[in-house]
Design a protein around this ligand. Structure first.
Ligand SMILES: *Cc1c(COP(=O)(O)O)cnc(C)c1O
Length: 224
């Protein structure tokens, strides 16, 4: 068995109930995705629109493509017809554009709101306060072609596991609070996307339902 297949099977077998693996295939060729697919993997994450569109056209149609990177509003239209989940919605402007494109192609597009929790300044996302404001407001309720499925975050890029765990814990607690607060108005608000190659075991312990794992499966990327 190939290395990619072994990794896919091992990670999936180790997942707790209710958690799923997003195999992050960015910068990897379609052939690598095909190998993972043959091991049973169906959810793949990409973070560049053009690369995703090219792969989507040549790979099996039952793949569920997740967009995990920063998405520019002017590129939403290219992925709206087929995307299964957009992980990193970081502004109302983007959410409105996803809704507009969803309407155009007759779809309701599942979205996660991205929280900014890491210490690095370059990372995108809402602060807890901003996210709470969005969710307690009415604007999203009028968007009939998006569906809020939960939250996403990236922990700080640090070797300090205590800090990473504390960040995931805080996000999980906030996630549960928001779930309570919006309740029946967002029945699909159930997903918490957190954890990557370096920290997904901690994320799973802290309540992640979607781990986004790339380099551990496909090997180290040259660019990223
Ligand atoms: C690239 C990427 C990942 C995967 O990172 P690895 O460390 O290779 O597992 C996860 N999430 C996002 C948002 C990414 O851009």
């Amino acid at each position: 068995m190939s290395n990619i297949k072994d990794k896919i099977i091992a990670i999936n077998n180790g997942l707790p109930m209710g958690a799923r693996l997003v195999a992050v295939s960015k910068y990897n060729p379609a052939s690598a995705i095909q190998e993972a697919y043959e091991a049973g993997q169906r959810i793949f994450g990409e973070s560049h629109v053009q690369e995703l569109v090219e792969k989507q056209q040549v790979l099996p149609s039952d793949i569920k493509w997740h967009f995990i990177g920063h998405l520019q509003t002017n590129k939403v239209k290219y992925i709206a017809p087929f995307i299964s989940l957009i992980h990193a919605v970081d502004s109302m402007k983007l959410l409105n554009e996803i809704n507009r494109q969803g309407e155009k192609c007759g779809r309701i597009i599942p979205c996660l709101l991205q929280l900014h929790v890491a210490q690095e300044e370059t990372k995108y996302g809402f602060t807890f306060e901003e996210c709470q404001e969005v969710l307690s407001g009415n604007e999203w309720k009028g968007l009939t072609h998006i569906s809020l499925h939960g939250l996403m975050c990236m922990a700080s890029n640090t070797d300090n596991q205590n800090q990473v765990r504390a960040e995931f814990k805080k996000v999980h607690q906030f996630f549960q609070e928001m779930q309570q607060a919006i309740g029946e108005e967002a029945p699909d608000f159930k997903q918490l996307s957190m954890g990557m190659s370096g920290d997904f075991p901690i994320a799973l312990e802290e309540g992640s339902t979607l781990i986004r794992v790339g380099s551990l499966i496909f090997g180290e990327r040259i660019y990223s």
